[in-house]
Design a protein around this ligand. Structure first.
Ligand SMILES: [Fe+2]
Length: 143
């Protein structure tokens, strides 16, 4: 397999792992669920690992790098998306710290997890729009 195919496959795998985490996490924090704080900590740890994997693959030799080279006009947006990665990781670290000292999964913790998932999904939407913009431009549709 070519290097870029291996990279794309790894990114796809990281993305799928992460979506599985987020679906599980979203379900786990529903108010009707009897949620164990230990399980929440484990789920947050797994999510953190998969988020790191995905962000690394997007940034290092990934499509964010590629678009930055092929579409200099999108450089600022790419910079903002990379900054988003750091902010999302910091926010998730903070939630993990909160969960580490919490005795139970309360509404405050549920709200923080839910808000983080929403932020992550907004980031994904913005990233997809940038990729689409670059693809359209590459195909001449953006003119
Ligand atoms: Fe991203």
């Amino acid at each position: 397999m070519k290097t870029e195919h291996v990279h794309a496959h790894a990114l796809n795998q990281a993305h799928n792992d992460l979506l599985r985490d987020l679906r599980g996490l979203g379900h786990f924090i529903q108010p009707a669920e009897e949620a164990s704080i230990v399980e929440l900590r484990n789920r947050l740890a797994a999510t953190y690992t998969h988020v790191c994997d995905q962000f690394c693959l997007e940034e290092q030799g990934g499509y964010l790098d590629d678009i930055q080279v092929s579409e200099p006009r999108l450089q600022r947006t790419i910079g903002e998306l990379s900054e988003d990665h750091r902010k999302l990781l910091d926010a998730l670290t903070q939630i993990r710290d909160d969960a580490a000292v919490a005795r139970s999964v309360d509404d405050v913790l549920r709200h923080k997890v839910r808000a983080w998932i929403d932020r992550f999904l907004q980031h994904e939407t913005r990233e997809n729009d940038v990729i689409q913009d670059a693809v359209d431009s590459d195909c001449g549709a953006g003119d």
